[in-house]
Design a binder for this molecule. Structure first.
Ligand SMILES: NC(=O)c1ccc[n+]([C@@H]2O[C@H](COP(=O)([O-])OP(=O)(O)OC[C@H]3O[C@@H](n4cnc5c(N)ncnc54)[C@H](O)[C@@H]3O)[C@@H](O)[C@H]2O)c1
Length: 331
């Protein structure tokens, strides 16, 4: 299959590019480089022996997207391109709705004009909001707490309406939990600009000595050891989930949504312990006040993906930390 990855030079997209190319697909990437480096393309070439086709541009440029869809005879699109910092989305909601919602509408118009009606969308567990029950299954109420989460839910609703309007559309939304780790070559991984927002990249920078110590935001949550619990999933497991989702979506019309998580929650202390083992470094930390808006605990019910996609995560927390450490040391 010929597959377009919007935002395909980013963290998740670059790992998906590896998995899909190795599975025999022809991958084309469109990325405006707003949150990644062009070097990722050379690194993909090192891993794969050839670089995927690449176009620098914005997903909101409908004419450009249509020309790529035609030139590359694209069959399916995986739509990663978007902004993802929850805190920034609170400060800059228009930027988030413009890029995440506006960008998707523009992409869908281009796809419709080219009669390409198969899409996998990068959604997020943040669509669920404060847990009414755990684990979150796909039927859990959706009450996102930030403009970022709302933008993901709005896109899901647009995709649902579109597939209701035309039964030829084949649409899957994947609700990712907390992707971490890196490709085991250490050549690609998560590369945040500035101080990382996410726990494992932050811990990696503490282990390597770039940051002095980890701040743990609260140890008095209602969790087994008081620190926050999240469903961390190895990015290669997540990437393999896209291959399964592509197979599913090519055979099923309509709109479907799947959680991609492990189904296990890990606390901050467990992450620190696992990273200490993986890196053989000390991770100094201090407990500070809770952060406004943080949830004590959340994790996925991953049964629907197992049943319909035939996919489940294989790699555990230690492997996530080993690969995140390799990436931190090598890049
Ligand atoms: N990483 C996570 O924790 C996480 C969790 C849930 C959902 N997601 C979603 O998955 C997707 C990929 O996430 P990621 O972690 O790889 O993020 P990322 O920022 O590393 O990758 C996104 C890529 O999209 C590109 N991009 C952004 N806006 C664009 C535009 N208008 N046109 C073209 N390219 C554009 C960026 O340059 C970047 O390379 C995002 O939609 C994100 O919201 C991520």
């Amino acid at each position: 299959m010929n597959i377009l990855l919007t935002g395909g030079l980013g963290y998740i997209g670059s790992h998906v590019a590896v998995v899909l190319t190795e599975a025999g697909h022809q991958v084309t990437i469109l990325d405006n480089l707003c949150n990644c480096k062009i070097e990722v393309l050379d690194r993909l070439e090192k891993i794969l022996g050839r670089a995927p086709a690449f176009f620098k541009g914005d997903v909101r440029d409908q004419a450009l997207v249509e020309s790529i869809l035609k030139e590359k005879q694209i069959n399916s699109v995986i739509h990663f391109a978007g902004l993802k910092a929850v805190g920034e989305s609170v400060q800059e909601p228009l930027m988030y709705y413009d890029n995440n919602v506006g960008g998707t509408i523009s992409l869908l118009k281009a796809m419709k004009n080219c009669e390409i009606k198969t899409i996998v969308f990068s959604s997020s567990a943040s669509v669920y909001g404060i847990p009414v029950y755990l684990p979150y299954d796909e039927e859990h109420p959706t009450r996102p707490q930030s403009p970022y989460g709302k933008s993901k839910l709005q896109v899901e609703e647009i995709l649902k309406d579109l597939s209701d309007s035309d039964p030829e559309w084949k649409v899957v939304a994947l609700r990712y939990f907390n992707p971490v780790g890196a490709h085991d070559s250490g050549l690609i991984g998560e590369d945040p600009a500035g101080v990382p927002n996410n726990l494992i990249p932050y811990v990696a920078q503490v282990a390597i000595g770039k940051l002095e110590k980890l701040k743990i935001f609260g140890d008095d949550y209602d969790t087994p050891n008081g620190t926050g619990v999240r469903d961390y999933i190895h990015v290669m497991d997540l990437a393999e989930g896209h291959n399964s989702a592509l197979l599913y979506v090519s055979e099923n019309t309509g709109f479907s949504v799947f959680n991609l998580g492990t189904g296990n929650g890990y606390s901050v202390y467990e992450v620190v312990d696992a990273f200490t083992s993986a890196s053989s470094r000390k991770i100094p930390y201090e407990i500070v006040d809770r952060r406004g808006g943080d949830i004590a605990s959340y994790y996925a019910n991953a049964q629907k993906a197992k049943k319909f996609l035939g996919w489940s995560a294989k790699r555990g927390l230690l492997q996530m930390c080993i690969d995140a450490w390799k990436w931190a040391v090598l890049h």
